[in-house]
Design a protein around this ligand. Structure first.
Ligand code: AMP
Ligand code: MG
Length: 408
């Protein structure tokens, strides 16, 4: 059997990052930047007010107090967005709103709360410090600064920053388009009645959601029967919109396992036994004119999910240029003893919890058979037991791979 590490490195070697694309800034959300973005102007672009209030010369109001307010004429009214150039002379003031350009001559802002709010004349009840409530041009970002470098992941604040420096389009690696296909004649769409022997398709839902969580655009196909002609036609049709294809089921040793024969007509896919539990039968290769990568995952729901986590998720992340391909792992103290098959790397569903001293405790969840979805949904981590270890006693330290999508 092939080692997990060898299979993973074969997969990652074959996967290429997608070529960069020029996209609208909002469509870049969740993508990785492939250019350095330079601020063509400073942020803020001009000195502006941080408060609604009055622009003054601080020296004119140093004596102001509650008992003896200083009264100044208001010679201008400046709203945010006002494009007129304004100025105030000695002994004068201008009413000003948050974000409005500060008039020349003013060196302090008095918040409206410290005044009577007057429009022709204003009474000021406290002296501002020079520079009070000023937002200085360039104090946030300097003109010519690289605000985001190639390789930066674009979450919500980064998208906003791009817009703030005037970018409507940016160069990013696009999100890979992943097509997810479940195979199996027993599978029925959820929401439909089940006959004896039928089950609802869950794998394609799990994996479509998992691919999206990994950063892909994922398309889910209704389940296909174990029929070579139908499957062949479907995959051929789907290839036009796929950067990556995932199938589940039909790769074991059963009489109706049709995936292998169909894919041999479309490309080069290697079907191998990987030394892991769950998830032994793994297929990976390329199909179609554009050598689209394809993973054929085992049908058992837990095997399919674990295989996705171990092999497919890093591949998707490499395609969109993510800096971190792998889930984070922590060392954790095992709470119950665990058995693991000799010669296979085990990924055991588990609950990970922080303990009061900052270390982690991890508890394996019941039976580890690969059809059990209940425990999978409750797991927030996978304990990784190396190939040569067959038993881990409670109290030992193990590696736990965090499944960050589980938030509780
Ligand atoms: P297979 O790999 O096709 O032999 O399937 C192995 C086991 O996983 C069988 O019990 C299947 O019924 C089950 N299975 C296969 N595909 C799915 C699916 N999409 N959703 C839920 N269970 C599945
Ligand atoms: Mg099957």
């Amino acid at each position: 059997m092939k080692r997990v590490a060898d299979h993973l490195s074969d997969v990652l070697e074959a996967i290429r990052p997608l070529p960069p694309l020029d996209v609208h800034v909002l469509d870049a959300h969740g993508c990785v930047l492939t250019e350095d973005v330079v601020a063509p102007w400073p942020l803020p672009q001009f000195d502006n007010s941080a408060m609604d209030g009055y622009a003054v010369r601080a020296e004119d109001v140093t004596e102001a107090s509650d008992d003896e307010p200083v009264e100044l004429p208001v010679v201008a009214d400046i709203a945010a967005g006002d494009t007129r150039v304004t100025a105030i002379g000695p002994g004068l003031s201008a009413r000003i709103m948050t974000g409005a350009p500060i008039p020349a001559g003013a060196d302090a802002i008095v918040p409206v709360e410290l005044t009577d709010g007057g429009t022709a004349r204003v009474r000021i009840a406290a002296p501002p410090k020079p520079g009070a409530h000023f937002r200085r041009a360039g104090e946030d970002v300097g003109e010519g600064d690289v605000v985001l470098g190639a390789g930066a992941y674009l979450g919500a604040p980064q998208i906003g920053l791009l817009a703030a420096v005037g970018r409507d389009r940016v160069m990013v690696r696009p999100k890979p388009r992943v097509v997810v296909i479940s195979t199996g004649s027993e599978l029925v769409e959820p929401g439909n009645p089940l006959l004896m022997g039928q089950i609802t398709d869950s794998n394609s839902f799990t994996l479509t959601a998992a691919a999206r969580e990994a950063g892909a655009i994922a398309y889910r196909i209704p389940p296909v029967r174990d029929d070579p002609e139908t499957l062949l036609g479907l995959i051929e049709d789907q290839l036009v919109r796929a950067d990556l294809v995932i199938t589940t089921g039909g790769v074991s040793a059963g009489a109706y396992d049709v995936v292998k024969s169909v894919l041999s007509q479309l490309g080069t896919v290697n079907f191998e036994k990987v030394a892991m539990q769950p998830g032994k039968p793994q297929g990976f290769g390329t199909i179609g004119e554009e050598s689209t990568p394809i993973f054929t995952l085992p049908g058992n729901p837990v095997s399919a999910f674990v295989s996705f986590e171990v092999f497919v998720r890093p591949a998707i992340r490499k395609m969109f240029g993510a800096a971190r391909l792998h889930r984070s792992s922590v060392k954790a103290v095992l709470q119950e003893s665990l058995r693991s098959p000799d010669g296979r790397r085990q990924f055991a569903r588990a609950r990970l919890q922080p303990s009061s001293d900052g270390s982690y405790l991890v508890t394996p969840l019941g039976a580890q058979e690969s059809h059990r979805l209940g425990d999978l949904a409750y797991a927030n981590s996978l304990i990784v037991v190396p190939e040569h270890i067959t038993e881990v006693a409670a109290g030992q330290v193990v590696d736990a791979m965090r499944l960050e999508s589980r938030k509780d």
